[in-house]
Write a protein that binds this ligand. Structure first.
Ligand SMILES: [Zn+2]
Ligand SMILES: [Zn+2]
Length: 145
């Protein structure tokens, strides 16, 4: 089991902040084309489960990027806030918007087959293709983009 850590963060302009009470510190990068467009690059994020509270909710807009997930962003500054798996009410939050990043362990890359050739991470990680992610998590895509 992964240990969990209470963690806080927020958007660039400060109008949205959050508290995640069951954050899993194991960070993964998603290289899929949807995440690339959403964040402007590879999407490093952590699974925060359902126990996340957002302050400044009126400043959050969501974009439904698939049948199973929506992506939240600050309507004032545009910061990417979360990838929300609706079926599980689970929030996957980008590592870059946490106040403290010392707790993260970067050890997984997914949709490695969609990674552009102009960069490579040097971290020792477990890498999975999109097909491997789908095979692991089933056809309801509980962890994929
Ligand atoms: Zn903002
Ligand atoms: Zn992705």
């Amino acid at each position: 089991m992964s240990k969990t850590i209470i963690s806080k963060g927020g958007c660039l302009c400060g109008k949205v902040t959050f508290t995640a009470r069951t954050m899993n510190p194991h960070a993964r990068s998603c290289h899929c084309s949807i995440c690339q467009r959403w964040t402007g690059g590879p999407n490093l994020s952590v699974d925060c489960g359902s126990d996340v509270s957002f302050q400044g909710q009126e400043n959050i807009r969501t974009y439904r990027s698939s049948d199973w997930a929506e992506r939240g962003f600050c309507k004032h500054c545009g910061s990417s806030l979360f990838y929300h798996l609706k079926q599980y009410n689970s929030y996957i939050i980008p590592t870059g918007i946490f106040d403290n990043n010392s707790q993260f362990i970067f050890d997984q890359q997914i949709f490695i087959d969609e990674k552009p050739i102009y960069y490579d991470f040097a971290n020792l990680t477990r890498n999975m293709t999109g097909a491997e992610v789908f095979a692991l998590h089933g056809t309801d895509n509980d962890q994929s983009c």
